[in-house]
Design a protein around this ligand. Structure first.
Ligand code: ADP
Length: 542
């Protein structure tokens, strides 16, 4: 027997339509490429996005076509998302920090028909455009008087294009499983692979993100969305904000500590989300300037492990609660969130902290398990580590174009490539990425745990651990440290600091100092580059 409920497809256009009806006056603040601040509302954004949809349709874009964007977080970028998704085109966000060869590969693989580009990236695209075979028009996201003299093919100013549109456009009216967004994972092995979101998966993730035990947001919040819109759906916030009605503030290209602080303060932001590097820069700025954060309630930190020092400093110095989250492009991206549950509420601060530093528990739409090499499920005892598997309605079932073949096991689980344990309370803790784990004498050393322990050293700005070959133990850890500016410390001070904080046999064999630890396109430490840099390093213990 079928239920007797209406057929109401979960398409993303409904999100902005709701914002237009329910809270059109709520504001969207953007920092532009030139540093200036502009303000719009969800009401205006809806009107403009519909004009843009109509203009794009007039220029031949249709359901299922891919259109690329290379832009910072700003209102025009968001209007582009909703304009495309509204009539079933696929919004393909590209990370500007990609190597040009990868960029070419990705655009050609996706077959993008048009391309939206912020002023910052015009020169980059001019250089590669001859190899971007499918792109017939470039839209420069600026005012008419800012339009550069560019060689980009059929270049048109965003505002000029928008003026071609009218309100005679139908949004929605297609199946909720229709493709909606495309985002390539950075592909540390092999070519990048396209994760193709659907309207349904994005809508479910947006609702999930808002829940109290997830990001805990509502219409009274103002969100500083630092996490880039080209990084895994901006952790669903581009949808969750208009859905719930929270004001949205976007930092554009300026993500240094002072600029982030300025927006947090001037817009009285109550929540924010970004990778640890951004928060490290903010905390450094606050320490130097003596400023405080009176409005900020919570920050969500994910993308890589949240160091203990960040969580403690936010708690103790600024009264801001850090919420640790884990996810990946393939999981839309929220996979787990760590919040203190009532059963843990009476624990002392330090014990609560150890739970909060885990990656946390999956929301309703994510199932999770850990398995051994033969796919046998492992116990949730908080000690046993294994391959982390996930499944759910907002998790990939294949990559765009069928790359990589079948990516699910026979029971529909997706292998995350992470190694994790799950404790009896259900909190998951990442111990490593499978390819970063250090295998010493048959036992695993977690590079993440070692990095976090070392980062507690007062002189450490950033730390990375990689495994190097060792004749007796197979692999042993090398700790690579970037010191805070103006600070001095030597290897023995790090050894002393780590003693007692880690198992004895985890002590790095060597500790080396570098001017700068390299980062990949999503701002994470690039172990690939570090492995190349230190491939000839011979451990002093050999
Ligand atoms: P890429 O794989 O291209 O870096 P993703 O953003 O999809 O891009 O990265 C997902 C990976 O990032 C996860 O599989 C995990 O290894 C890591 N990650 C994300 N959040 C956390 C976290 N909170 N703690 C530790 N690792 C994390």
């Amino acid at each position: 027997m079928q239920g007797m409920m209406q057929d109401w497809q979960l398409t993303c256009d409904r999100i902005l339509t709701r914002a237009k009806i329910s809270h059109p006056q709520r504001v969207v603040v953007s920092r532009q490429v030139d540093g200036s601040i502009t303000r719009t509302t969800y009401g205006e954004m809806y009107d403009r996005a519909r004009l843009l949809s109509s203009a794009l349709i007039k220029r031949g874009i249709k359901l299922g076509d891919r259109v690329g964007t290379m832009a910072w977080n700003n209102a025009r970028h968001m209007e582009t998302w909703y304009a495309l998704m509204g009539f079933g085109a696929v919004c393909h966000t590209l990370n500007p920090r990609l190597h040009p060869d990868q960029l070419k590969y990705i655009v050609n693989h996706a077959g993008d028909a048009m391309f939206f580009v912020d002023l910052t990236f015009v020169p980059l695209l001019e250089k590669v455009q001859k190899d971007l075979k499918s792109v017939h028009t470039y839209v420069v996201m600026c005012e008419p008087d800012q339009m550069p003299n560019t060689s980009l093919k059929n270049a048109v100013c965003f505002e000029t294009l928008l003026a071609e549109g009218d309100d005679n456009v139908v949004w929605g009216d297609f199946d909720e499983n229709t493709a909606c967004g495309l985002c390539y994972t950075s592909g540390t092995t092999g070519n990048p692979k396209g994760v193709l979101y659907s309207h349904r998966s994005n809508t479910l993730m947006a609702m999930t993100a808002a829940m109290p035990d997830t990001m805990n947001v509502n219409g009274s919040d103002t969100c500083l969305m630092v996490v880039p819109m080209f990084h895994a759906n901006a952790w669903a916030l581009t949808f969750t904000a208009p859905m719930t009605g929270m004001n949205l503030v976007m930092p554009g290209p300026m993500m240094d500590g002072a600029s982030i602080y300025e927006l947090l303060e001037s817009e009285k932001c109550t929540m924010s989300a970004a990778v640890p590097t951004v928060w490290l820069m903010l905390l450094n700025y606050l320490e130097e300037s003596g400023n405080k954060l009176p409005h900020l309630r919570e920050v969500v930190i994910g993308g890589s492990a949240c160091p203990r020092a960040i969580m403690e400093t936010f708690d103790k110095e600024y009264g801001v609660k850090v919420i640790h989250a884990w996810g990946m492009t393939e999981t839309s991206p929220l996979g787990t969130v760590s919040r203190i549950e009532p059963e843990l509420a009476d624990l002392p601060y330090d014990e609560q902290l150890s739970y909060r530093l885990k990656q946390g528990k999956p929301p309703y739409i994510v199932e999770m398990s850990i398995v051994d090499e033969d796919n046998n499920e492992l116990p949730s005892d908080g000690k046993t580590s294994g391959r982390l598997m996930v499944r759910g309605p907002a998790i990939s079932n294949a990559y765009f174009g069928g790359d990589g073949g079948n990516i699910l096991d026979k029971d529909g689980w997706f292998d995350t490539g992470d190694v994790a344990s799950i404790d009896p309370m259900g909190y998951m803790q990442i111990t490593d990425r499978s390819k970063d784990v250090i295998k010493s004498g048959g036992e695993w050393i977690s590079s993440i745990d070692l990095e976090n322990a070392a980062l507690g050293h007062p002189a450490a700005a950033e730390c990375a651990v990689i495994g190097l070959p060792h004749p007796k133990w197979d692999e042993r850890p090398l700790l690579i440290v970037q010191l805070k500016e103006g600070m001095k410390a030597d290897a023995s001070s790090f050894r002393d600091f780590l003693t007692g904080k880690i198992a004895k046999w985890w002590m790095p064999d060597d500790i080396v100092f570098v001017d700068e630890i390299p980062h990949g396109p999503t701002g994470k430490i690039s172990k690939l580059d570090l492995r190349k840099q230190f491939k000839d390093h011979v451990l002093s213990t050999i």
